[in-house]
Design a protein around this ligand. Sequence first.
Ligand code: ATP
Ligand code: MG
Length: 338
Amino acid sequence: MALTLDGMIGDSSVLAEVFRVLAKVAPTNSTVLVTGESGTGKELLVRALHQNSVRRNNAFIPINCGAIPRELLESELFGHEKGAFTHAIRSRPGRFELADGGAIFLDEIGEMELSLQVKILRALQEKEIERVGGTSIKKIDVRVVAATNLDLEEEVSAGRFREDLFYRLNVIPMHLPPLRDRGADILLLANHFLYGQCTTKDRAQLTLSENAREMLLTYSWPGNVRELENFMERLSILCDGNEILPEDLPEKIFRDIGEKPLTKEVEVQPMRPAGFSWPTLKDMADKTLHLKDFLEAIEGRLIEEALERAGGVKNKAAELVGIKRTTLIEKLKKRNLL
Ligand SMILES: Nc1ncnc2c1ncn2[C@@H]1O[C@H](COP(=O)(O)OP(=O)(O)OP(=O)(O)O)[C@@H](O)[C@H]1O
Ligand SMILES: [Mg+2]
């Protein structure tokens, strides 16, 4: 059967691998755990998974576990009986019940509190749920798909995520690589979004100049596809000509790739920053990253540069950044670069 990809664009080898796994996994009832940085398309992938499953004509019920307070989340997930708590004026089914016969999408599962994780584990293992304040148990047939942008293994070691639930969810792990690792997909997506934006705005199609393309390919895309989509929307509004030039691109991109922002009057002549300066809180906020991810992004860039300079020879790259070869390999594996 041909895959329905629900508008998921990309033909990089890393994404092709994701699609290959998707084709195998979608028709099964197995639990899938989708990981990937923010904005990499986890939700899109999960929807495609459902579209390609035998349950496609049944319910697909998403719930963002990070956005709902603990007290409400339990009754959202499992439902409640009348009188279970002060405002429970009538009985209500939870999302697991609504998803019966279909799939439930537990988004941002890493944010869920430990006490609720136990209940999810039980629903997964026993295939039954109990409403809050209820006395009876209900059998359910629900496919569970979860997503997170946290490293759940790390959450497990930090005691914030139950190990048993992690293994139960991680039957089929699917990782969406960050946009910066998808090479030419960046341009494919940029053109796709530009096309859509220009069409809806009824304006002449915008194209990317060679220099602008270069810059988009070099930028680190901390906000991944979502960030690219937003940039293209902005360009479709603000760009005067029909060709996008480097000076049309946001300052953030120049700073990230280590070049000086251009103004329209200045000749196109990228410059390196004058001297070294430590990143500031503002740099971190501009990248919309928290400390850990920010430091990881810096580490990633240094490692990439070292690898490039070492012509891909890991021993040499490890030496350049002053770590052991095995540590470098571990880091590359973690970043899915091996
Ligand atoms: N491969 C792709 N092709 C086309 N559009 C994409 C692709 N990947 C992501 N998008 C778009 O990028 C935006 C972000 O995607 P999505 O919401 O699925 O990301 P996410 O990983 O769930 O993000 P978050 O972790 O912040 O929840 C959406 O508008 C989505 O349609
Ligand atoms: Mg999401």
